[in-house]
Design a protein around this ligand. Structure first.
Ligand SMILES: [Zn+2]
Ligand SMILES: [Zn+2]
Length: 449
């Protein structure tokens, strides 16, 4: 049963690599210094002082010039790969290619597919497909309720046995407190984290943006922040009551951060994530009614953004998640109120956060790397480390490289990225996932083929 709970990835060649004189940064070791790093048979074989290791015949040489950073590969606990059923938006191959291009070594896919991932046979077939097609490691969360309808629990124990890493109705809240309580009781038997999309639909009422002066001025129905924060507080209390384990998805406002801090102070087993767009954008970015800025929860006020940054810094918020949500062009090219919610994010997350927060002097690089890798631990998976003897999960980045997001297209099948057209600083040059080279940047001169 435990073996089934591992991540899956497609077939790959174990990497034979020598990173010469790269600046290794792993906040957990901790290491923040120049090293030579040898990868043999897909494993980190050796760390040595810079310019001391000789290249072996079978090895590809990567020259870091003391400048390129070698980081543990990132982990995203929240992506929508859209398969089965919506392959015109994304599939396992394109979604994991986008992940690899963003420096991610592993992602967790959401079950709001068509059909919904709510049965063991479908989970089995998805895991088989990932073992053929996935460029990086993939894990699957199964639905909490059948069809995400909120009325009947799924066969959680059977799904856990088949390899579900947790449960979520993401895209929708679990509206009924009684239903969530029941799910928490089943969790006791079968394990797995309950990941929660928090939204009280009687408060959000089909709104399209943050409720406030701007939504009033634009004449667009708003969603008040209490639609999220009251549900966070409710479900934290339920988790506390049942001694259950819940993870709050895509926090967006001050009151939610406070509710999580309060729950943690009481010793309840809760964790939380925040997206790059909620850390970097506000409702002001919605002013032009660009549908790429329409997502759930909506971008809120500057004070909310500051609270999210503070929460991420002090650990109230445990990790960054992209909520990568691809949509086809014709679905997004409609009036703002009719457009579906969601932005892609895998390919821009690190660069956008590096540009906006690290270069902005708001967050230290090591802490950003910690928060972009911590999601694995929350789902009881090993966190990528740069130390001899472990499988190689690595991201090689050039922190000085400038690029315009989307300028040369996307690896994702969809292009609804809220950061498109922005000048970003920091570029992923190579990603090693589960021991194999999952991505190399096309124009990268230091990484010869
Ligand atoms: Zn959601
Ligand atoms: Zn989502």
């Amino acid at each position: 049963m435990m073996a089934a709970r591992a991540l899956v990835h497609g077939p790959q060649q174990p990497a034979e690599l020598l990173f010469r004189d790269v600046h290794v940064l792993d906040p957990r070791e901790p290491i923040d210094a120049r090293h030579d790093v040898r990868i043999r048979g897909g494993e980190i074989a050796e760390l040595a002082p810079p310019e001391t290791l000789e290249r072996l015949e079978a090895e590809e040489l990567v020259e870091g010039q003391g400048r390129l950073r070698l980081l543990p590969a990132f982990f995203d606990p929240h992506v929508h790969l859209r398969t089965p059923g919506q392959e015109h938006k994304e599939d396992l191959e394109t979604g994991t290619r986008a992940a690899a291009a963003g420096g991610y070594g592993a992602v967790l896919a959401m079950p709001n597919t068509d059909p919904v991932l709510d049965s063991a046979p479908l989970l089995r077939s998805l895991r088989d497909a990932a073992a053929r097609e996935a460029r990086v490691s993939v894990g699957f969360l199964a639905a909490i309720t059948r069809g995400l309808a909120g009325e009947q629990l799924t066969e959680m124990a059977e799904l856990a046995q088949e390899g579900a890493l947790g449960f979520t109705d993401d895209g929708r809240p679990v509206e009924s407190a009684g239903m969530l309580l029941k799910a928490l009781q089943y969790q006791r038997l079968c394990g797995g984290v309950l990941a929660l999309h928090e939204e009280d639909p009687t408060l959000s009422r089909g709104g399209s943006m943050h409720e406030g002066a701007l939504s009033a001025a634009l004449g667009i129905r708003g969603i008040p922040t209490v639609a999220e924060s009251t549900m966070v507080a409710r479900d934290a209390a339920l988790a506390g009551y049942e001694s259950g384990r819940v993870h709050f998805q895509h926090l967006s406002c001050t009151a939610s951060v406070e509710a999580v801090a309060d729950a943690k102070a009481r010793g309840w087993r809760v964790s939380a994530e925040v997206t790059p767009h909620h850390l970097l954008l506000t409702e002001q970015d919605v002013r032009g009614l660009d549908t790429r800025m329409k997502m759930h929860p909506p971008l809120a006020r500057e004070t909310d953004r500051q609270a999210l940054i503070a929460g991420l810094r002090d650990g109230t918020i445990d990790c960054v998640a992209t909520d990568h949500a691809p949509h086809a062009r014709d679905e997004k090219e409609v009036p703002f109120e009719r457009a579906p919610m969601g932005t892609t994010g895998l390919e821009t997350a690190f660069a956008a956060l590096h540009t906006g927060l690290v270069l902005g002097g708001v967050l230290e690089l090591g802490l950003l790397v910690e928060r972009m890798t911590a999601g694995a631990g929350l789902f009881e998976l090993p966190i990528a480390r740069i130390t001899p003897g472990v499988g190689a999960n690595l991201a090689l980045v050039d922190l000085d490289a400038e690029w315009v997001a989307g300028e040369h297209g996307w690896e994702s099948r969809s292009e609804n990225c809220c950061f498109a057209g922005r000048r970003l600083t920091g570029r992923v040059l190579m990603t090693v996932a589960a021991g194999g080279i999952a991505y190399r940047e096309r124009a990268c001169s230091v990484v010869a083929a």
